[in-house]
Design a protein around this ligand. Structure first.
Ligand SMILES: [Mg+2]
Length: 124
C-alpha cells in the first residue's frame, strides 16, 4: 500500500510517517504543501491513501481535496485530513469537500491507527 503524506511541517510529516511505519506502511510519498502533494499524486496515481494537513502555503489542504475529488482517477481515493482546525464548521466543510475522515492535532498514534483502519475498512 502506497500513502501520500502532505503537511508543511516536516516534523508532523515525520511523526505521521513513523506512525505509519510502525503499522507496517513504509511506501510513503511526501509533499510540503498542497501543490507539491498534487504534483506527487498526479505522477503517482496508484497512491492508495492521501493524508493531508489543512493549513499550508501555495495550496491548502481543502483546496487540494477539492482538486483531487474533481479528478476522475481519484474520486474514490481515501482521504484523511489531519489538522488543528477542529471546529464543527471546519469538520463539516472538509467532509463536504470529500474528506473520508478527520484527525485533530495533536493526536496519538492510536488515533491515527484507528482512523486509518476505519477509512480502509480493515482491522488493525
Ligand atoms: Mg500546516
Amino acid at each position: 500500500m502506497k500513502l501520500l503524506v502532505v503537511d508543511d511541517s516536516s516534523t508532523m510529516r515525520r511523526i505521521i510517517k513513523n506512525t505509519l511505519a510502525r503499522l507496517g506502511y513504509k511506501d510513503i510519498l511526501e509533499g510540503a504543501d498542497g501543490l507539491e502533494g498534487w504534483v506527487a499524486l498526479d505522477a503517482n496515481p496508484d497512491v492508495d491513501m492521501l493524508i493531508t494537513d489543512w493549513n499550508m502555503p501555495e495550496m491548502n489542504g481543502l483546496e487540494l481535496v477539492v482538486k483531487v475529488r474533481a479528478d476522475e482517477r481519484f474520486k474514490d481515493l481515501p482521504i484523511i485530513m489531519v489538522t488543528t482546525e477542529g471546529g464543527k464548521t471546519e469538520v463539516i466543510t472538509a467532509l463536504k469537500a470529500g474528506v473520508n475522515n478527520y484527525i485533530v492535532k495533536p493526536f496519538t498514534p492510536q488515533v491515527l491507527k484507528e482512523k486509518l483502519a476505519a477509512v480502509m475498512g480493515i482491522e488493525v
